[in-house]
Ligand binder design. Structure first.
Ligand code: ZN
Length: 345
């Protein structure tokens, strides 16, 4: 029995399939910072739940209603696997289907993907076939990192040629930087203090990287935008302070896009006067990683056409039986880890 604060290996019975579902044999998975949050209880107690929500694999079995996939297909499955029949999905908010954040099922409301086999609900809508030219090690980034990071840029409504400031260059922040570049930002400012992440920020499209431990990021951003602020800002840390900085540096009429996981504290604060006492037309948009087949297919196309190479973020590789070691490295952020890839037998 394992509960909050504990990670280990366990034997489980094979999941059973409903008519719309699929069983996938995992080939490559990645540990996410939110897996560490889950271990430490931030989404509440979870007992004996299989962790992980970022994986690619081979279809092993499909239910009788599944039309688009057959055993042997190489697929990526979104970290978020919405219930597409839910009213929230019909309203355009599929990640919120089956309740707030309810599209997030793996390692939240059901067993996750760090297993030899995992279950996919509504398989036709939640998996995508991986093009031959795209390697598993790249495709696995579609599940969460690219989907969430790009959502950050999408929700930021960056005007073509506009300015954007992105706070935090962890893997999701880096993909927000890449997304801002792909969407035609004119000037991209990244805020990050860890040197390898600063380097990657430049690689993925940042024109300027500000080390907030050496200078005041807000002051610097206001200075280089002639006191105007940026069109859009993206909060990719899950820090109250960074969120407040986003409000401060975003010009009136601009967008603050939140993709951080605010796992601590009771409140996230809005600085009142920088908020234009509530009247500066600064829009805050938040979201949870979008899932679904079409989303995954678009992200795979970006990889197929070599628009970006997410594998530059893979700093560590482990085999499935080294999972506990991989978790320790990810959990304590040891050895300059950005993303840890897990190979399955
Ligand atoms: Zn994740």
């Amino acid at each position: 029995m394992r509960t909050v604060g504990e990670v280990g290996m366990t034997e489980k019975i094979m999941p059973t399939l409903g008519p719309d579902d699929a069983l996938v044999r995992t080939t490559v998975a990645m540990i996410c910072t939110s897996d560490s949050h889950t271990v430490h209880g931030s989404i509440g107690p979870r007992v004996n739940m299989t962790l992980g929500h970022e994986a690619v694999g081979i279809v092993s079995e499909v239910g009788s209603n599944v039309k688009l996939f057959k055993p042997g297909d190489r697929v990526v499955v979104g970290a978020i696997t919405p219930n597409w029949l839910d009213p929230a999905s019909q309203g355009g908010h599929s990640s919120q289907s089956d309740g707030p954040l309810g599209g997030w099922k793996f390692s939240n409301t059901k067993d996750g993907v760090f297993a030899e086999y995992f279950h996919v609900n509504q398989a036709d809508a939640n998996m995508a076939r991986i093009p031959d030219s795209v390697q598993d090690e790249a495709a696995v980034y579609c599940a969460d990192m690219m989907s969430t990071g790009f959502m950050g840029a999408e929700n930021a409504h960056i005007p073509t040629g506009g300015t954007v400031a992105i706070f935090g260059q962890g893997p999701v922040g880096l993909m927000a930087t890449a997304g801002a570049r792909l969407r035609g930002a004119g000037f991209i400012i990244a805020v990050e203090n860890v040197p390898p992440r600063q380097e990657l920020a430049k690689y993925y499209g940042a024109d300027l990287v500000i080390d907030h431990t050496r200078e005041n990021a807000v002051r610097k951003i206001m200075e280089i935008t002639d006191g105007e602020g940026v069109d859009s800002s993206i909060e990719a840390i899950g820090s109250d302070a960074a969120f407040q900085n986003c409000i401060k540096v975003t010009k009136p009429g601009g967008f603050v896009s939140g993709i951080g996981y605010h796992g601590d504290g009771e409140f996230v604060h809005i600085p009142r006067t920088d908020w234009g006492v509530g009247m500066a037309e600064k829009t805050i948009v938040t979201g949870l990683c979008p899932g679904g087949r079409l989303r995954m297919e678009r992200l795979l196309r970006i990889l197929e056409m070599k628009r970006i190479d997410p594998t530059k973020m893979t700093t560590h590789k482990f085999h499935f039986d080294e999972m506990e070691k991989a978790f320790e490295i990810m959990d304590k952020k040891l050895d300059g880890v950005i993303k840890a890839l897990i190979f399955f037998p």
